[in-house]
Design a protein around this ligand. Structure first.
Ligand SMILES: C[C@H](OP(=O)(O)OP(=O)(O)OC[C@H]1O[C@@H](n2cnc3c(=O)[nH]c(N)nc32)[C@H](O)[C@@H]1O)C(=O)O
Ligand SMILES: O=c1nc2n(C[C@H](O)[C@H](O)[C@H](O)CO)c3cc(O)ccc3cc-2c(=O)[nH]1
Ligand SMILES: [Mg+2]
Length: 299
């Protein structure tokens, strides 16, 4: 049984490869919940929904959020009536969010996700990192403290990032047990600061990871992330935005780091920080790329 630590965009691509070659019922995914929030009566759990939609083969692969082919009738009517939502939410996606808000009145997020993933025919286990809500804030030079989604969407990540803040939350009931029971833990190429670190800094997680074979895929090539604001977030934490920075951030529990062919020259330096760096193609453009990378992390 394997456990995968996931955020949104990066790890779901790797999951697409893993689920082609590994029994889905033996996969557990622990998902970041740091950005979850209520919006327009629904409960947005962006990274959880991206992981669910990826397993259910309904993810919109242009944006890595939302459901492919979704319509936006409600959004358009809301705008016509003068209500603009920061997030672009499709009608089917909104149904999933509304159902979460309805069920969360009587059930925990862990229970709600279990119910919804079963309804979507998903055999993998999907566990929120916490059942507690938290808020992630970005401290910027230009606008002070702003919401994560304001930073991402309204300001298109263009601010100077001074700090990233999020609450410490308690682990969801099955989190530590999932890590302890797994033969291997895979940290996907998600944003190390806003997707992975919120999981690894939860009480008990780092200790549990130290007893496991942990392999990560770097979300960086050279000094840049493949996509998104990871560069700025790493720098704000004092880590270089590179695979070397990832090795340093995860050094207390990481056994292996998969780095891109273009970073071959960093292998020696990384192996002074963690036991092993594996050099491979880490660009996941095609399903074949994703399967090849999955074979490496499952070895
Ligand atoms: C805004 C975005 O957040 P989110 O959508 O939650 O994304 P993640 O934090 O899960 O992942 C972003 C992370 O993914 C890396 N990425 C994307 N495509 C690839 C790829 O083909 N190979 C590879 N090794 N990494 C990939 C990317 O560099 C990002 O850092 C966000 O925080 O970016
Ligand atoms: O950058 C955006 N991210 C959107 N996201 C993704 C999310 O806000 C973040 O980009 C990532 O999850 C960052 O972790 C959505 C997620 C959902 O679950 C539902 C709707 C959206 C809509 C947007 C959007 O319009 N723009
Ligand atoms: Mg995310």
């Amino acid at each position: 049984m394997i456990t995968i630590l996931s955020g949104g965009t990066g790890t779901p691509k790797l999951i697409q490869g893993i689920k082609e070659i590994y029994p889905e019922e033996k996969i557990t995914v622990i998902v970041n919940t740091v950005e979850n929030h209520y919006l327009s009566g629904g409960y947005i759990a962006a990274d959880i929904d991206t992981v669910m939609y990826t397993f259910a083969d309904m993810i919109d692969e242009e944006f890595w959020y939302g459901i492919k082919g979704d319509t936006f009738t409600i959004r358009e009517k809301l705008i016509e009536m003068g209500t603009c939502e920061l997030l672009k939410i499709g009608d089917m996606d909104r149904a999933i969010e509304l159902q979460k808000a309805i069920l969360l009145k009587d059930y925990t997020l862990t229970e709600v996700v279990e119910f919804q993933k079963n309804k979507l025919g998903i055999e993998a286990t999907i566990i929120p990192m916490s059942d507690e809500d938290s808020e992630i804030k970005i401290i910027t030079r230009e606008h002070g403290e702003i919401d994560f989604h304001e930073f991402l969407i309204r300001y298109q990540c263009e601010c100077e990032v001074l700090e990233v803040k999020y609450d410490n939350v308690s682990p969801s009931p099955k989190l530590i047990e999932a890590i302890n029971k797994s033969d291997k833990v895979i940290i996907g190429p998600s944003n190390p600061i806003t997707s992975i670190r919120p999981i690894t800094t939860i009480e008990g997680v780092e200790q549990a990871l130290k007893d496991k074979e942990v392999i990560a895929v770097s979300p960086f090539v050279g000094k840049s992330a493949f996509s998104g604001p990871a560069n700025k977030f790493m720098s704000s934490f004092g880590y270089e935005s590179s695979s070397i920075g990832v090795a340093k951030l995860y050094r207390s529990f990481l056994n292996k780091l998969v780095i891109d062919n273009q970073d071959e020259s960093s292998k020696e330096e990384i192996e002074k920080i963690i036991p092993e760096a594996i050099v491979s193609n880490t660009f996941m453009k095609t399903l074949e790329d994703k399967i090849n990378l999955a074979k490496i992390v499952l070895e």
